[in-house]
Design a protein. Structure first.
Length: 170
């Protein structure tokens, strides 16, 4: 999804960085960074962020590593943050959906992909708390300009996912 939307991402307001949310070892954000898109890597794992920093050692690209517990009860770590886009892959914490929407600048993008309830037939993840319901992503961003949306089964490995690329209204 990032490859096919790279030019769209590169045209965003460069005043703000792209947030790679729950980035793990940063594969997606590193791809953007290597294509001259400034990135903030956010994850709860200090060791995962250490891997990101190690991979980018010596890079002259703009990036930040932000160790943050995204699932703090009653707190929204995104409340005072602004981003040109937010990337979310293979992660779902529903209380973050509104803060994610608010953290994206007008005209910015959400690029989101994770597993759906249909994934139970293929194994893990299979806990409903971490699986999107049918058409849930489209519903969450129905008031945005949906540029791409997919829900179904992908191969290699076989998995049931939903993804979306949507632009926040100005």
């Amino acid at each position: 999804m990032l490859v096919s939307n790279l030019q769209l991402i590169k045209k965003l307001n460069s005043e703000y960085k792209v947030l790679d949310l729950a980035c793990g070892e940063g594969r997606n954000g590193i791809y953007l960074l290597k294509n001259n898109v400034p990135v903030v890597f956010a994850d709860t794992s200090k060791s995962a962020l250490g891997v990101v920093a190690e991979k980018l050692q010596g890079s002259d690209q703009q990036f930040d590593c932000w160790q943050v517990d995204l699932e703090q009860d009653g707190l929204s770590p995104l409340s005072d943050k602004r981003f040109a886009a937010v990337l979310v892959f293979n992660y779902l914490h529903r209380p973050l959906m509104d803060p994610i929407r608010e953290a994206i600048e007008p005209g910015g993008l959400i690029i989101y992909e994770t597993f759906t309830t249909e994934n139970r037939q293929f194994g893990r993840p299979n806990n409903g708390d971490f699986l999107l319901k049918q058409k849930e992503l489209e519903y969450l961003f129905e008031d945005w300009d949906i540029l791409h949306s997919f829900e179904g089964v992908e191969q290699n490995p076989k998995r049931a996912i939903a993804n979306i690329v949507a632009r926040k209204p100005n």
